[in-house]
Write a protein that binds this ligand. Structure first.
Ligand code: NAD
Ligand code: DAU
Length: 357
């Protein structure tokens, strides 16, 4: 048996592939376009591993996806491939529409064609698992209940709107064509191999470089943080036992305001890599202009996946963030390599030229 993972060179996808092959010998075909966010260095440990077959390409390339499905005959397809950064979606939504909506549509069609031609038993057992986000539900007030699976879709950014559209397509392909799909909607992840455009890795790399730590607005926006390996274990569990056609919300019960996250990173760095001048990394915090349309609070009600599938996160925020900071301290070369020319262009566009000097 084999699984096909789309987007397996990105942050969550590469963590998933690495964990999968630690726990099982079932081969992985990894289809990734290698955009700025895809990084084969994340998978360097699998270089000589015959169980991992990397194919560079686009989920929207129907001929390529059709060929991979016909050749490898996977029992499941897991879709992590997406444009994933909200700030980039504000500067340029086109790529988000193309990959997250059109790409998902083309992937669904290629998978449907393959699945329809399978013998009965394989057709019954086949699954398409679509990895999505809590951002499709919009924003919460401080007193609202966390998002349950029944929450209304109210996406507010071009990114979340494109993910919401992809979720709707996946749902429709199940209801209309019977495609055996599963959808997961997860909260904010953090951990190894996280591209330093996102809050947690950006704060770690900026702190170490002596740059400012840009906190949007008042820093009191709340996110619900989950260590990436817990997200991977939840996805494995949903693939294994999830009810076809259902969605599962995944979260860590770790709601924290951004400024608290930034301060906890500074405290850990003060302990693990104290600055020569004895000052705290917290002196580098700088409040900057807020993100347009910034969602105030996300929170996930993860009771369904716990009740029905017995999944719970293994890490607390304290254990996960310590592991994460340690990983970045131990991997300066990985950081240096991702901070390429195009990374510097992004930082200059988003935060100003002085941040790349
Ligand atoms: P990422 O940006 O780190 O990785 C995305 C990967 O997809 C990259 O390797 C990229 O090269 C690849 N890709 C992009 N367009 C492609 C295309 N057209 N064809 C093939 N590959 C393509 O993203 P991530 O943070 O790892 O997120 C993975 C998935 O999980 C996304 O669908 C995202 O919406 C979802 N998600 C992310 C989080 C989070 O906190 N990061 C939380 C919940 C859900
Ligand atoms: O909730 C799940 C989502 O989490 C995923 O679907 C997205 O793919 C993922 O990127 C993430 O989206 P966010 O917008 O929440 O993540 P980001 O790391 O960009 O920002 C987290 C919070 O920190 C958010 O409130 C904005 C704020 N922020 C972010 C950056 C990059 C800052 O204050 N300063 C920054 O420089």
């Amino acid at each position: 048996m084999t699984i096909l993972v789309a987007g397996g060179a990105g942050f969550i996808g590469s963590n998933f592939v690495l964990d999968w092959l630690v726990r099982s010998n079932e081969p992985v075909v990894n289809l990734d376009r290698l955009t700025y966010a895809g990084n084969l260095e994340n998978l360097v440990g699998l270089q000589n591993d015959a169980r991992h077959d990397f194919e560079q390409g686009d989920i929207g390339d129907s001929a390529l996806v059709g060929r991979l499905l016909a050749e490898h005959r996977p029992r499941a397809v897991l879709n992590f491939a997406a444009e994933s950064h909200v700030d980039r979606s504000i500067h340029g939504p086109g790529d988000f529409i193309q990959t997250n909506i059109v790409g998902t549509f083309r992937l669904l069609e290629a998978v449907r064609e393959y699945w329809s031609g399978l013998p009965d038993a394989e057709r019954q057992a086949f699954r398409l698992l679509h990895v999505s986000t809590d951002e499709v539900y919009g924003t919460l007030t401080p007193t609202d209940l966390p998002f349950a699976e029944s929450a209304r879709y109210e996406p507010n950014s071009p990114y979340s709107a494109s993910k919401a559209a992809s979720d709707h397509l996946v749902r429709a392909w199940h209801h209309t064509y019977g495609l055996p799909v599963l959808t997961t909607n997860c909260s904010n992840n953090y951990g190894p191999y996280h591209f330093p455009e996102k809050l947690i890795p950006l704060m770690i790399v900026n702190a170490l470089a002596g740059n400012s730590l840009p906190v949007y607005g008042d820093g009191m926006q709340i996110r619900d943080w989950l260590y990436v390996k817990d997200h991977c274990s939840a996805i494995r569990r949903v693939l294994e036992a999830g009810r076809v056609g259902d969605t599962y919300n995944i979260g860590g019960w770790n709601e924290k305001p951004n400024i608290e996250i930034v301060r906890s990173i500074c405290t850990l760095l003060d302990e693990l890599r104290p600055k020569a001048d004895g000052t705290s990394y917290a002196t580098q915090i700088a409040y900057v202009t807020d993100r347009p349309g910034h969602d105030r609070r996300y929170a996930i009600d993860a009771r369904k996946i716990e009740r029905e599938l017995g999944w719970k996160p293994a890490e607390t925020f304290e254990s996960g963030i310590r592991k994460t900071v340690q990983w970045y301290l131990q991997n300066p070369e990985w950081i240096a390599h991702v901070q390429s020319g195009s990374y510097r262009d992004w930082v200059a566009k988003q935060y100003g030229q002085e941040m790349v000097a």
